[in-house]
Design a protein around this ligand. Sequence first.
Ligand code: KG4
Ligand code: ZN
Length: 314
Amino acid sequence: MNGEILSNVIANQTIHEAYGGVVPELASRVHQQNIIPAVQQAISKAKVNKNDIDAVAFTRGPGLLGSLLVGVSFAKSFALALDKPLIEVNHMQGHVLAHFIGDHKPSFPFLCLTVSGGHTQIVLVKDYFDMEIIGQTTDDAAGEALDKTSKVLGLPYPGGPLIDKYARQGNRGAYKFPEPQIPNYDFSFSGLKTSIMYFIRDNVKTNPDFLQENMADICASVEYRVVTILLNKLKRAAIEYGIKDIALAGGVSANTGLRQGLTELCEQQGWNAFIPKFEYCTDNAAMIAIAGYYKYLKGEFVGQDIAPLARMPF
Ligand code: KG4
Ligand code: ZN
């Protein structure tokens, strides 16, 4: 055990595509079916024996309760059977700590923009488990805004990656969407979503083929607005806190426009950009494992009476 990732198995759930979003009841059922085969695959890919395992780390929250229950129950049973310690991990801290996989690690304190389907946070990371949320969304998350917009555009779920794909062929200056005026380092994406809905409704009224003809430009313009909303706040926070190591985390950090935007911003300002590898952006086991590793070093274990938390502050 030295903080090196030996395997990172992800069991994708394509079943939700037919419903245009995650169906909680289905998510937990599929988790329940997948969890033992996924763990077996992780052990075999890592080329270890289950008796080589020193501890079992699991996500306690935040998230969908049904899915968390599957993971927590399995982790408890597995740890009990192996007679090894059990380690709880906060999902959002896991996204941030994914930056400690590999050699290119940020130095404390650093800022991390954590953007996913459920969260949008600017986190001041003072130490591995000493993190402060200095700004967050007051309504929709950035990924949620992209997913909802893509639905309006008639694209399948999850729309974030498809908006990214179309945006690469479009002109980001084609359409101007409003930037909300929200105080401090907080965000709001619900107004943007509404303005995009009206924009499409009005244009389709005059040209029924408006969407098909302009999909790339619309996606590029929407993505550009979301990226500028995120990076403008992040830039302000970095200047005001005097921080030069700036990181991205969460599913939306897989977005090409956001990755390029942060790289350019850091080049202009003389800051260091930390952009996760694709496999560590969207939800993954490695980020929970690395967070578990740092808790293991501190000896921070939990008992068998632990329960999941749908909402879990840190
Ligand atoms: O962190 P994550 O895998 O799950 C949550 O904890 O929510 O994030 C999923 C989100 C979805 O909203 C998805 O549309 C978005 O990440 N996403 C992207 C891209 N890849 C995933 N958004 C924009 N561009 C991408 N390439
Ligand atoms: Zn996540």
